[in-house]
Design a protein around this ligand. Sequence first.
Ligand SMILES: CC(C)(COP(=O)(O)OP(=O)(O)OC[C@H]1O[C@@H](n2cnc3c(N)ncnc32)[C@H](O[C@H]2O[C@H](COP(=O)(O)OP(=O)(O)OP(=O)(O)O)[C@@H](O)[C@H]2O)[C@@H]1O)[C@@H](O)C(=O)NCCC(=O)NCCS
Ligand code: ADE
Length: 323
Amino acid sequence: MSTLNIFPSLSIPSQRKAEADYYARWLGELAVTALKDEASLTPKPGLVDLHHNGSHQDMNIELMYNSAESLRSTFIQMAQSSYSNSANQSLREQLAWIGRQGEQHMLEVTKGVNTHRGAIWALGLLTGATSLWIAESDHLSADVSSLDTISATQIADIAGTIARYTDRYAPNSGSHGTHVKHQYGAGGAKDEAEHGFPHVIDIGLPALQQARQHGIAECSARLDSLLSIIAVLPDTCILYRGGKQALVQTQERASAILAQGGTSTNKGWQALLAFDQWMVKHHFSPGGSADLLAATLYIDSILTGITHMSYTESFSKTTGGRM
Ligand SMILES: CC(C)(COP(=O)(O)OP(=O)(O)OC[C@H]1O[C@@H](n2cnc3c(N)ncnc32)[C@H](O[C@H]2O[C@H](COP(=O)(O)OP(=O)(O)OP(=O)(O)O)[C@@H](O)[C@H]2O)[C@@H]1O)[C@@H](O)C(=O)NCCC(=O)NCCS
Ligand SMILES: Nc1ncnc2[nH]cnc12
């Protein structure tokens, strides 16, 4: 993949540039890990997982992993580009440029299959926003207990601010999302980002954290988080394939499993398996919800991992304190 020559990196002093590269590599790694963790979570309703290809003829787990790996450099570039930058028109268009290059690269790797378009959008904005947030503040030296949902909200708000600038070079895509927008008035991925990722911050993340607090095993905690998102998200993937009724039925089924106590209960687990079969039978797939689960896992990894990764700390460890 070609590298961008529009980064303002030459004007960043070398220490600052080293920090930017350091954090960008870390954030890129977290984003790729989040995508692979989403893909491997099993069993997911209608989605590709370790057991099957869900409602997708053209995808499998190998393809999802390869697609995720292919996006590492995209996320790194987005984070590099955002460090020492501000949430403004220019950054929006730099990220869009990198995002479109990333989409091209993904499509080359997957031979034309749209595995992660929505994820490039969501995680691209969030990696960029995290990088900017790190650069602007002293969060990394903060006590871990203060890195809570406030930090998550701040990062998602920055992502929302960037998303609200218009990308003047966006082509008229004629995507499924555009089609669904006209037919049902659903805002889709763009709306989600512009509002600061409410389905990540107010739904997916609290569901994940609450499940863990109740001692629920990590796999079930993540599945419950996914179901919480499916239960309320206007997912354009479901709307495109099955219309409004499919979306309502899908949401009701996800809510019913949560009302039964979630996937950690025997009843909930059986209901999840039945839900998966029903989705596959009807060829429905909650692709947007899967992307937002990946975004949730990414934000979660920032909150839980951030103190391990202070640049200064890590740098002084490797150099014996000599800066
Ligand atoms: C601004 C864009 C988001 C424009 O994209 P688009 O007009 O296509 O908008 P949406 O359809 O709304 O969203 C795109 C993808 O986002 C996922 N998604 C769906 N609903 C939501 C939602 N409510 N909230 C968040 N995310 C959502 C979804 O992606 C997943 O599904 C993909 C498979 O989808 P698709 O190909 O449509 O469906 P299939 O049924 O599988 O197709 P067939 O097999 O039947 O043919 C998969 O990729 C998942 O990721 C939506 O598809 C943005 O994309 C954009 O402008 N990009 C340009 C560059 C840019 O700005 N980059 C970002 C810079 S940070
Ligand atoms: N696991 C998955 N299966 C199908 N589409 C997806 N889009 C994002 N993650 C997905």
